[in-house]
Design a protein around this ligand. Sequence first.
Ligand code: HMG
Ligand code: MG
Length: 298
Amino acid sequence: RWPEFVQIKEVGPRDGLQNEKKHITTSDKVNWINMLSETGMKEIEYSSFVHPKWVPALSDAHEVGRKIKRNPAVSYSALIPNLKGLELGLEAGIDGASVFMSASETHNKKNINKSIAETYPVLEEVVKEAKKAKKHVTGYVSTVFDCPYEGKINPDQVIRVCDRLLEMGVDDLSLGDTIGTAVPTQVEELLEPLLARFPKEKMIMHYHDTRGMAIANIMTSMEFGINRFDSSVGGLGGCPYAPGAAGNVATNDILYLLHGLGIKTNIDEKKLQEASLYIQNKLGKVLPSKALAYEVSA
Ligand code: HMG
Ligand code: MG
């Protein structure tokens, strides 16, 4: 009924920290990513090579990339908006590039300052150069269910964007419930036509947990055979250009679910808890993960 193994990509150092008011120092980020690297996880999105004026919290992406202690079992990727970002990312030693755009015209414009049509040629060049450099490329599609500006997004619109990204040569796609509004019937309405067209092995689901629906949506996604999810330590995160967007589903919560169902992840919950408390302490606020809060109080 469910997959035997689920691959988790930790996006806390990128999606988590990009929206936090309190900026974490470079050396604290490096220590934290080093701790995450020892939990057994195989994929960490560690920062973002976007314009530092737009996302100041991640303006040290280059330095972080140079200073982290690389675990050869881990792939360290970063968010890349254009060729300039790719050039900086390659210098910093990224293993993977995550390009990103939105299924909603208005969110795309607010987030990356271009229309959808203007975005394609920019990403096409990035994908081409990243593949030339033998890097793994993930294509994020944001607002696949609802947009904070346009409301409901038609699955056809999402499929069109996925089609173009796969045509460009991305290795896989991460589909974002950017503002965490979806309920399981919306997941079904998208995954039915999407998986009739594209292989499920290429699909990653990226849920934000704004309304506490992420775990239900993950269950529904697994019923469709999806076994790759993005998550953030403690439930950190949000998109600075999507009003009302709260953090990603917490890595702690998804591990509690998966391990309880007997699904393997290779991630050590105790080590993850230590890394969660480290960043919680640095941010000076309690993180939203319920599993983490319970573990700490127990
Ligand atoms: P723009 O201003 O349209 O860019 O920004 P431009 O190409 O016109 O360049 C303007 C200036 O920026 C130039 O400098 C460039 O050199 C510089 P000037 O010549 O004026 O001195 N520049 C850069 N500098 C450093 N690094 C770069 C870079 N690119 C240009 N990479 C851009 C376009 C995309 C760069 C900008 O809009 C941007 O950085 N946006 C950031 C958006 C962002 O990070 N959003 C949050 C992440 S997305 C998300 O969270 C959703 C996700 O989690 C999935 C989900 O949940 O749905 C992924
Ligand atoms: Mg996100």
